[in-house]
Write a protein that binds this ligand. Structure first.
Ligand SMILES: NC(=O)c1ccc[n+]([C@@H]2O[C@H](COP(=O)([O-])OP(=O)(O)OC[C@H]3O[C@@H](n4cnc5c(N)ncnc54)[C@H](OP(=O)(O)O)[C@@H]3O)[C@@H](O)[C@H]2O)c1
Length: 165
């Protein structure tokens, strides 16, 4: 399974249950990667989406033990989540946030698509600094792209020692 995230220059990802930046080019990249695939998120991230609704044209799976919904799959515990994920090809599964859920799932991911924004977004929530984790290695980095006045780069990291689930 993989993860996809946009980080600022301090690996910040969010504040006030929202993203740090509006980046149309990154939203387009996220869509290209995840359309038709399985996206998996924590409860706060579902609530942070437009109208608190699952994203269209993707299988949405949410980990939450406080709500039930009929517009997406909700699982209440991690063991339940791992059972659910066995139904899908690991290559089709994307962990899409947020901070708490990324932290829980990162060791099981073999790839991370990290959009790096060259700015300080004043984040309150952070992703792990993959450059400081021994199992993770930078595989590729795009040329810089300007999005909404920010310089961004699309990078890919590989986990050389992913946990099995
Ligand atoms: N920059 C990016 O790419 C990006 C992507 C996604 C999200 N975000 C940002 O991240 C922030 C939300 O992150 P967050 O940390 O507040 O919330 P989160 O990770 O989206 O959701 C946390 C919730 O997930 C459920 N959960 C249950 N068991 C869990 C477990 N073992 N591990 C993790 N979660 C578990 C709990 O929900 P219940 O309390 O309902 O049981 C918990 O409160 C927002 O600011 C959002 O905009 C940024």
């Amino acid at each position: 399974m993989q993860t996809i995230v946009a980080v600022d220059k301090f690996w910040g990802i969010g504040k006030n249950n929202d993203l740090l930046f509006h980046l149309p080019e990154d939203l387009k990249y996220f869509k290209e990667k995840t359309l038709g695939k399985v996206i998996v998120m924590g409860g706060n991230t579902l609530l942070s989406l437009p109208d608190s609704k699952p994203l269209p044209n993707r299988t949405n799976i949410v980990l939450s033990d406080v709500f039930t919904r009929d517009d997406c799959t909700v699982v209440a515990t991690l063991p339940e989540l791992f059972e659910e994920l066995k139904k899908y090809n690991p290559e089709d599964i994307f962990i899409v946030g947020g901070a708490m859920f990324y932290r829980t799932m990162l060791p099981y991911c073999d790839k991370a698509y990290v959009t790096k924004v060259d700015a300080d977004g004043g984040a309150r929530l952070f992703f792990e600094n993959l450059d400081s984790l021994p199992d993770w290695e930078l595989e590729s980095q795009s040329e810089p792209v300007i999005s909404n006045g920010h310089t961004i780069r699309f990078t890919v990291y590989r986990n050389n020692n992913p946990l099995k689930y």
